[in-house]
Ligand binder design. Structure first.
Ligand code: R5P
Length: 294
């Protein structure tokens, strides 16, 4: 039995104050369930509506990628500066401290290595394992136009069904193979198909021309992958342009961990993504931070 409410203070029902009923801050996400929204809030900053995801999952198909040979040495110092970490369960369990309390986006598809046909992926995790690891989202590669296009789409829709059952969002990753397009027309096609089939957000590559139409035609948030290593100024410029075109953030790997000054780079990137800082000014900040560290 609860104690009887014996307070002599007069009860206050605030009858003149309407109940708050604010829409959720992310595009296309208002009708999701509470758990799903809570997990998305561990990925996207509710104040800026954006995210700096640090992607370190490259080893799942290409082994010890340059900059990721020793995740404990090179990546742990970056964790305090990212909003979210995208990785495999192997690296997560073996290296990432369980005290890391930000969102984890778990690589949930895999199979072929760089030595084989990359689109021949399958689901590479059980939903129980994703729940056990307390992840904020699961990431699946989708190969629109690829040899195993249908199989990869089915991997995604199966993960969306499982994720919806337990309130775990799915990130659909547009995988661009050797012979696939890298223009707005292709990115619109791939991103829209992925969103239509139920993911909570989409990762794609930035294209300089008409990227705003890729974002506009996708009903859920889009984040951009970084791609191969560019100069720091070029990478900051790409992130700036993507944000100006409506992207909800970056999911960047090599342009951070292959930089000469990864901590300075991710800090500069945060300024671009969360504060809308111009590329040149963010680059000057990068140089200052880099020199401080030397
Ligand atoms: C690639 O398939 C991986 O999923 C990476 O997470 C993704 O490409 C982002 O990393 P990067 O910025 O190095 O392209």
């Amino acid at each position: 039995m609860p104690e009887i409410d014996v307070s002599e203070k007069e009860k206050q029902f605030y009858v003149d104050i309407p109940a708050k009923n604010e829409p959720f801050f992310l595009k296309g996400s208002n009708n999701l369930d509470w758990g799903m929204k809570n997990r998305l809030s561990k990925i996207f900053n509710p104040k800026s509506g954006k995210t700096v995801m640090l992607a370190i999952d490259h080893g799942y198909f290409q082994g010890p990628t340059t900059g990721l040979e020793r995740v404990d040495v090179t990546i742990l110092p970056l964790l305090e500066h990212c909003d979210t970490l995208m990785l495999t369960r192997g690296i997560m369990r073996s290296i990432i401290p369980p005290t890391f309390a930000k969102g984890i986006v778990l690589r949930a598809s895999g199979g072929p290595s760089v030595l084989n046909e990359l689109s021949n992926e399958q689901i590479a995790i059980d939903i129980d394992e994703a729940i056990r690891l307390n992840v904020a989202a699961m990431a699946v590669q989708v190969f629109i136009g690829g040899t195993f296009e249908t199989q990869s789409v089915h991997n995604m829709t199966r993960l969306v069904d499982l994720g919806n059952r337990y309130g775990i969002p799915v990130l659909g990753v547009t995988a661009v193979g050797k012979d696939m397009g890298r223009d707005a027309k292709y990115m619109r096609l791939a991103s829209r198909i992925i969103a239509e089939l139920g993911v909570s957000y989409v990762k794609t590559y930035y294209v300089p021309e008409d990227f705003d139409t890729v974002v506009a035609s996708c009903p859920v948030p889009i984040v951009i992958a970084g791609g191969k290593k560019l100069s720091e100024l070029d990478a900051l410029t790409m992130a700036y342009n993507a944000i100006q075109d409506g992207a909800a953030g970056v999911d960047m790997g090599r342009n951070i961990f292959q930089s000469d000054a990864p901590v300075a780079m991710i800090k500069a990137l945060r300024k671009v993504v969360h504060d809308g800082e111009k590329p040149k000014s963010a680059y000057d900040f990068f140089l200052t931070e880099k020199n401080k560290a030397q």
